[in-house]
Design a protein around this ligand. Structure first.
Ligand code: PMP
Length: 324
């Protein structure tokens, strides 16, 4: 018999999918790790599971306890599922700029959700900093702290990175991914570099994020903005510290939108906005290094979470964007 033991044991071991239309276009093998197939619907299920298991192992999280987190949504969704499966309560602080779909789903899952104004990290009322203070003041609660908790990148080192290496049988030339906390990029990069230091590890960055300028000039400058959710950062998180970065690529929303609609129309894949940045960067990298290479990226989550935005022509028009 081949039976999984509940929600928790279905996290990870996702397929690696050849993105046919982009592979044919570039002459490279462009492969996407299908993280939208995790049981909570995103790449963040892995980090959420490791963070909770780590807190339990350290004796920090006890029966009836509450997991508190500041999240753009997907980590919160992963945490809420796992809290239900393990018998914990879940409190989510989310910036009010995130899609209604994610907020509604969090509430359906039973999490207490507090949307707060989106202010920069340097402001003490930033959603991440606020979640840390709330956790500290609440009895029998832990702060998941995904940005600076290294259990996050450990999840991707032990699982996502190892799976990509096994699935490609080590035949991989480059790995490219955008960063929110950086957990996915960092864990996979650390694993792949250990196996083969010649694998090129490249950060993909949306407009308005500081990683691209940091890699290119050593300084974080924030210019422009992006409709993509869950990615981009104005600081180097603990998860990103000491992590190999060979290069960075900046992808704008026009390109990300072109990419997600091509994935939908030509490949049958209905994806979220960060996938547009990731696959857009993989395509740009393929053009830069030439045909015959294998490039792996992440398909972080599915399109249903963004139906009212990325897949709504009126909403796109209100942001000065269009589908074609
Ligand atoms: N894409 C989406 C849709 C996300 O929600 C996140 C996590 N915030 C990421 C990408 C980035 O993942 P990570 O936090 O591991 O850098």
């Amino acid at each position: 018999m081949n039976i999984k033991d509940g929600f928790l044991s279905t996290v990870g071991n996702t397929p690696l999918i050849r993105l046919n239309s982009f592979s044919e276009e570039t002459g490279c093998e462009i492969l996407g790790k299908a993280e939208f197939l995790n049981p909570g619907g995103s790449v963040k299920d892995r980090a959420a599971l490791y963070i909770i298991n780590d807190a339990e192992a350290k004796g920090l999280l006890k029966t009836g306890g509450t997991v508190v987190e500041g999240t753009a949504g997907n980590t919160g969704i992963g945490l809420a599922h796992i809290c239900n499966a393990k018998g914990y309560k879940c409190l989510i602080i989310i910036p009010d700029t995130q899609s209604q779909e994610k907020i509604d789903l969090l509430r359906t899952l039973g999490a207490e959700v507090r949307p707060v104004p989106a202010v920069p990290y340097r402001d003490p009322n930033n959603y991440v900093r606020l979640s840390g203070r709330i956790a500290q003041e609440m009895p029998n609660a832990i702060w998941a702290n995904q940005f600076d908790n290294l259990a996050n990148r450990q999840a991707h080192y032990e699982t996502t990175g190892a799976e990509i290496w096994a699935q490609t049988e080590g035949k991989i030339d480059a790995w490219v991914a955008a960063t929110g906390t950086g957990g996915t990029y960092a864990g996979v990069s650390l694993y792949l570099k250990e196996k083969n230091p010649n694998i090129k590890c490249v950060v993909a960055d949306p407009m308005g994020s500081g990683l691209y300028s940091y890699v290119k000039t050593g300084e974080i400058t924030l210019e422009g903005s992006s409709i993509t959710e869950g990615i981009g950062n104005s600081r180097i998180t603990a998860n990103m510290q000491g992590v190999p970065i060979d290069d960075a690529l900046q992808i704008d929303d026009t390109e990300a939108i072109r990419v997600v609609y091509q994935l939908l129309e030509k490949d049958g894949l209905f994806m979220g906005g960060s996938v547009g940045i990731n696959v857009g960067a993989a395509v740009a990298l393929a053009k830069a290094i030439g045909p015959g290479h294998t490039i792996v990226t992440v398909l972080c989550d599915g399109g249903a979470r963004y139906q009212s935005r990325l897949y709504n022509p009126q909403w796109l028009a209100s942001k000065g964007l269009s589908i074609k």
